[in-house]
Design a protein around this ligand. Structure first.
Ligand code: MN
Length: 135
């Protein structure tokens, strides 16, 4: 099963780098508010350059691995991607839809893993590898 990783990145603007192993690279989006398990939450996801696969293991002073695991590519067509995640915090279907230029929308599919009203990034802020949080 290919891997996905979500890295919390304290850059000038805090964001979550959501990366999927696709075509031998990590296809990547920067999500300012992070993923949500609430299908009613539409999260802006800005396409950013592919990273090499080794980057999925990177943690550093300004980066933690907020979630990781395997995923299945359920559907892919131009500007639309559906994935099924098996992470520690994120589960089930997520859709990424291109809305223009580098902008996409990330939304949880309304399936058994959906949790309306939840705020997973606030509930579980730490690294899934070490528990470390970024102040
Ligand atoms: Mn980043």
């Amino acid at each position: 099963m290919p891997r996905f990783v979500v890295q919390l990145h304290h850059a000038r603007a805090v964001h979550y780098d959501v990366r999927f192993e696709l075509g031998g690279v990590l296809r990547s989006w920067a999500v300012p508010k992070g993923p949500s398990l609430d299908p009613g939450e539409r999260r802006l996801a800005v396409a950013v350059p592919d990273h090499d696969l080794g980057h999925a293991d990177y943690e550093g002073p300004a980066v933690i691995i907020w979630d990781e695991g395997g995923f299945e590519l359920v559907r892919e067509r131009e500007g639309h991607l559906v994935v099924a995640l098996e992470g520690h915090k994120l589960h089930g279907g997520f859709a990424l839809t291109h809305t223009g230029a580098k902008h996409w929308i990330l939304v949880k599919m309304d399936d058994a893993a959906a949790r309306r009203g939840s705020d997973i990034v606030a509930e579980q802020p730490g690294s899934v590898r070490t528990g470390r949080t970024l102040g």
